[in-house]
Design a protein around this ligand. Structure first.
Ligand code: C5P
Length: 224
């Protein structure tokens, strides 16, 4: 029998740089739950494809890469194929490659079980694009985060600079716009709010306010 469905899940979906990751980490800490950053799996496939010269539309080859991923997580540090890739995975070109491989059904299918396996007691906070719609449709608490594209580009710019990674605001604006269109327009698991999800527009909100809203909503649902 599968008892994992009794374990509560909180899903946070939304477009690039909307504040999902920040909210997910803070909610997981406040609730004492595990954390799943599902985008990291797509980024790992994108990184491996760029490194290995695999075409970003070769669905069969990319699905094999996805099925064979053997990452090692050590706190916040991520190792892949014997290399420390924590920062490399955050690069803008890796995000773009991730969004291209994420549109392929065979890649998504290959990553599905690894994401489901993250559901462990006492609970999970999962962030991504399809957490509430496809991967954890029975989640007890679903949140959909949005923010204007300008605000998101500014935030991502700040994050990249803080990490010492290259960033250009006008390129970012264009890339984020293209990524949103690709993520929302694809046939499989498109970016959209799950039915009944709490929608928060973070354009004019700081992280503490978003956390307070999300936490109040989740606590009320978890206590039901
Ligand atoms: O969230 P992050 O920016 O790291 O995700 C990188 C890319 O991975 C997204 O642009 C999206 O195309 C893809 N992704 C996805 N489904 C998820 C998480 C990420 O398609 N659940």
């Amino acid at each position: 029998m599968n008892f994992s469905t009794n374990i509560p899940v909180v899903t946070i979906d939304g477009p690039a740089a909307s504040g999902k990751g920040t909210l997910a980490a803070a909610l997981a800490a406040a609730l004492g739950f595990h954390l799943l950053d599902s985008g990291i799996f797509y980024r790992m496939v994108g990184w491996k494809a760029l490194e290995g010269g695999v075409s970003l539309d070769d669905e069969a080859a990319l699905a094999r890469l996805a099925a064979g991923l053997q990452p090692r997580f050590d706190g916040e540090t991520i190792w892949l194929d014997g290399r420390e890739v924590t920062l490399a995975l955050r690069r803008q070109e890796v995000g773009t490659a991730a969004s291209k491989v994420a549109a392929l059904a065979a890649v998504r299918a290959a990553l599905f079980q690894a994401q489901r396996a993250a559901r462990r007691a006492p609970g999970l906070v999962a962030d991504g694009r399809d957490m509430g719609t496809v991967v954890f449709p029975d989640a007890v608490c679903k949140i959909f985060i949005t923010a204007g594209v300008e605000a998101r580009a500014q935030r991502r710019h700040k994050q990249l600079i803080e990490k010492g990674l290259p960033s250009n605001i006008s390129t970012l604006l264009q890339e984020i716009g293209e990524r949103d269109a690709r993520d929302a327009g694809r046939d499989v698991a498109p970016l959209k709010a799950a039915p009944g999800a709490l929608e928060i527009d973070t354009t004019k909100l700081d992280a503490a306010t978003v956390l307070a809203q999300g936490l109040a909503y989740c606590r009320a649902r978890l206590e039901r």
